[in-house]
Design a protein around this ligand. Structure first.
Ligand code: SF4
Length: 474
């Protein structure tokens, strides 16, 4: 089937589909999604799953929840504190968690990926980052050629911090940029000059970081096509290797500070999609490849290669190369993802720390995936990463027919085909009349979350008085 990843949809079609598809829906960084999880998974259940014999490589994620100032668009799990004395006790507890996880995992599992996220990892001073780097390398020894990335806030990051992290093997860096327009920055209370961003990117390259990533957000208050075009122009001139372009999630029932601006200051769903289309066009023109959903990469990047060879995957950290199946999380709110288990830690540093000091793992909730969950999760991954669904690939993976597993799917996929969000392959030579292969069209790429919802066995009609569970899909 022809690769249509670099094509753009027509605006009139986009407008018409928005009128029918705009609504709340999951982002599918997990399946089943977090609202379905329960306290049936506790620290004991996670410990037993981690202790199963395995020599498979692992990824490690560490959540550092602290930030100096609150950005009003933020929906992350963070603690605002100008008092840095919170860090030492936090690292003491992180050490308990790392040692406990490492003894459960044993010594046979090499680490091939690691990420520090937050919050703001560079809230930590250089000596604190040094302690953290030593702890992680001791507890989860890295295989040669492993990837290690850190999220940084350029406003509070120094060259010395980056040098310490580089000394512990960090080789990728992700800079929070969001938007460079002064008016937007004022509204989101995150004032950051292009010079600050450029300076940190330059330090990282000088220090040997192999890949520099920028995070942008579209759909922020006061963003216009002109202002966002200017941001994109400035960003592409700095040539980050990857750009993650996230949709702003207006979830005031989760993040009260998002009430710092009015809903009418936000672009409408249609304007928001125009911003997204503008970004796709400008980034493609600037030489980036569009991976799907929210990631753009220069052609030499590891994710671009993973997309070409079919090893691209998606997890809580976004798109990733499939180098490890099991993602082990540390820190408050961290989500561990094993092949058949999700486990999320307590969100508050106090609850998380108390659980560790009581001698267990700090699991708050999670999910044990059933056979059906594993299959539907795989289908959603295929849609988000390969950009297509093939009953032939499904059969070779699971040894059963897709039609038997989900007889309702054929009708749903045909409806998306009629709306030109999916196109059916002409080449059905691999199978008989029951074979299906549907590829996401350039138009369908904007509605991936809506298409993924058709694989979700847990979605319920929202109750009239219930708080919303998900952000808007477009
Ligand atoms: S720096 Fe990041 S985590 Fe911290 S408040 Fe701002 S957006 Fe949220």
């Amino acid at each position: 089937m022809k690769d249509r990843r670099q094509e753009l949809p027509k605006l009139d079609q986009v407008r018409e589909r928005i009128s029918r598809y705009a609504g709340a829906g999951p982002r599918y960084t997990s399946y089943p999604t977090a609202p379905v999880w329960s306290d049936a998974v506790d620290g004991g259940a996670l410990g037993r799953a981690l202790a199963r014999p395995s020599a498979d490589p692992i990824s490690v994620y560490v959540h550092i929840p602290y930030c100096e100032k609150l950005c009003t668009y933020c929906a992350c799990n963070r603690v605002i504190s100008r008092d840095h004395s919170v860090v030492e006790p936090f690292l003491d507890r992180l050490e308990l968690e790392a040692r406990r996880l490492s003894s459960l995992l044993g010594t046979e599992r090499p680490r091939v990926q690691m990420a520090l996220g937050g919050g703001t990892p560079t809230y930590l001073s250089p000596p604190e980052l040094d302690r953290l780097g030593r702890l992680l390398n001791d507890s989860f020894p890295a295989r040669a050629e492993s990837e290690a990335s850190v999220e940084v806030d350029p406003r509070v990051t120094t060259r010395e911090q980056l040098a310490v992290l580089a000394g512990h093997g960090f080789n990728r860096i992700s800079l929070g940029v969001q938007d460079l327009s002064p008016r937007v920055q004022q509204a989101i209370r995150r004032v950051q000059s292009v010079e600050e961003t450029e300076r940190v990117a330059t330090w990282a390259r000088e220090l040997g970081y192999r890949s520099v990533h920028f995070d942008l957000i579209y759909g922020l208050p006061f963003q216009t096509l002109d202002s966002f075009a200017e941001t994109l122009e400035q960003v592409t001139q700095l040539r980050p290797d990857r750009i993650a372009l996230y949709s702003y999630a207006h979830v005031t029932w989760v993040s009260k500070q998002q009430r710092g601006f009015e809903r009418h200051d936000l672009p409408s769903p249609e304007q928001k999609l125009e911003l997204f289309l503008l970004a796709i066009r400008r980034l493609l023109d600037a030489g980036y490849a569009y991976l799907g959903l929210d990631h753009f990469v220069l052609p030499h990047d590891a994710l671009a290669r993973a997309a070409r060879d079919g090893s691209l995957r998606r997890n809580f950290m976004g798109y990733t190369t499939e180098r490890a199946v099991d993602l082990i999380a540390l820190g408050p709110s961290g989500i561990t993802e094993l092949a058949d288990v999700y486990a999320q830690s307590h969100r508050g540093p106090d609850e998380w720390g108390a659980a560790l000091e009581a001698g267990g793992l700090p699991t708050l909730r999670g999910w044990l995936l059933s056979e059906d969950d594993v299959r539907r999760k795989w289908l959603i991954q295929e849609l988000m990463c390969a950009g297509s669904i093939s009953s032939d690939r499904y059969r070779s993976h699971f040894g059963e027919s897709l039609e038997q597993r989900a007889p309702e799917l054929g009708e749903r996929l045909r409806a998306f085909e009629a709306d030109e969000l999916l196109e059916r392959s002409d080449d059905l030579s691999a199978g008989g009349p029951d074979e299906i292969e549907y590829a996401v069209t350039p138009l369908g790429r904007l509605f991936l979350r809506n298409i993924a919802m058709s694989f979700d066995a847990y979605l319920e009609e929202p109750k009239p008085d219930a708080a919303p569970r998900f952000s808007s899909t477009v």
